[in-house]
Design a protein around this ligand. Structure first.
Ligand SMILES: NC(=O)c1ccc[n+]([C@@H]2O[C@H](COP(=O)([O-])OP(=O)(O)OC[C@H]3O[C@@H](n4cnc5c(N)ncnc54)[C@H](OP(=O)(O)O)[C@@H]3O)[C@@H](O)[C@H]2O)c1
Length: 306
């Protein structure tokens, strides 16, 4: 298969390029310098020139505060950009795999969101990504729209300039010795390498549509930090941040957990528990810390890793 990956040097795009290449596909990564997805004519010309069988769109304007400040630009990239790619893919007979987000939901539910749950975005980012989903779904039949959550990868996130949550936690622990993290927002940390593998697996079938695509399980940001410190045996004073300690500039869903119901119904869900993706990221093959030995013995581990 000939695959174009838009955003091919981004956090997710880098792993998507690698995953298709490992699968023996002919992969063409496109950076922002190669294509501006907000420009319909440029998109049509580029895809016509490259004639891929599949286009994977990982490009987005996804810095949530910047989207709020520049709603027109956010709509151009996240909604019209998706539409431009969908139209061009349809015209050359290619499949479009488009990446969307858990931020299409308001987070008021207390059990994982399924694909049929009504979206209700709280932000410009969420609204423009939802509009992008609708454009893709209404423009070409041969699409996969994948909503994911809290991704992290070895390649830095370009929009958020540098450190992902894991690296930030480790840096703060080293610099300060005490780290404070919110315990009231829930997510599923998802390794980009795991998401990339899922994209390749799904791309082999013709069950087009909308899918939730995150690692299994869920945690709060505090629990995510606790796992990072436990796995790396980092000595740090980890505390729950107070409710007003880090006031958010933009409303975010309190509970952004997705159920991969569609993938499971197809028998194609390749995701594993989020902790396992984190192990691989950190280069730790087994549950081998004292913290995890205590967990396995069902002993109380308290708030902090020892
Ligand atoms: N980060 C998360 O936790 C999260 C959660 C849920 C969903 N998502 C979604 O996951 C996807 C991938 O995120 P990521 O972390 O891999 O992002 P990233 O590292 O910022 O990469 C995005 C890529 O897209 C390119 N790009 C941005 N605007 C473009 C445009 N107008 N035209 C063409 N290329 C453009 C960027 O190039 P430049 O940097 O050179 O502009 C970069 O190569 C996005 O769709 C995002 O909405 C992310």
């Amino acid at each position: 298969m000939r695959v174009v990956v838009v955003g091919g040097n981004g956090q997710l795009g880098t792993d998507v390029v690698r995953a298709f290449a490992d699968n023996g596909d002919d992969v063409l990564p496109l950076t922002h310098a190669d294509i501006e997805i907000g420009d319909g004519e440029a998109v049509a010309n580029k895809l016509h020139e490259l004639q891929p069988d599949m286009v994977v769109n990982t490009a987005a304007m996804h810095h949530v505060e910047n989207c709020e400040l520049q709603p027109d630009r956010a709509f151009t990239v996240n909604a019209l950009g998706a539409r431009n790619l969908a139209r061009a893919a349809r015209d050359i007979g290619a499949v479009l795999t488009h990446i969307s987000t858990d931020y299409v939901f308001d987070g008021c539910k207390s059990s994982p969101y399924e694909e049929e749950d009504p979206p209700r975005p709280l932000s410009v980012y969420g609204n423009t990504k939802l509009a992008g989903e609708y454009f893709v779904r209404s423009t070409l039949d041969r699409h996969f729209v994948l909503r994911t959550s809290a991704i992290y990868g070895k390649s830095p996130c370009r929009a958020k300039s540098g450190l992902n949550f894991i690296e930030l936690m480790l840096q703060l622990a080293k610099e300060r010795g005490e780290v404070r993290v919110v315990d009231s927002e829930f997510i599923t940390p998802t390794a980009t390498s795991d998401l990339a593998r899922q994209i390749v697996a799904l791309g082999r079938c013709e069950s087009y549509g909308l899918y939730h695509a995150t690692a299994e399980g869920a945690c709060s940001w505090f629990e995510f930090a606790r796992e990072i410190f436990a796995l790396t045996d980092t000595k740090v004073n980890l505390k729950v941040a107070g409710p007003n300690e880090f006031p958010a500039k933009v409303r975010r869903p309190r509970y952004a957990v997705l159920e991969n119901r569609g993938l499971k119904l197809l028998g194609l869900n390749t995701f594993r528990p989020w902790q396992e993706g984190l192990h691989d990221y950190l280069g730790i093959p087994h549950l081998n810390t004292r913290y995890h030995q205590r967990l396995e013995r069902n002993e109380n581990v308290g708030d902090l890793p020892d």
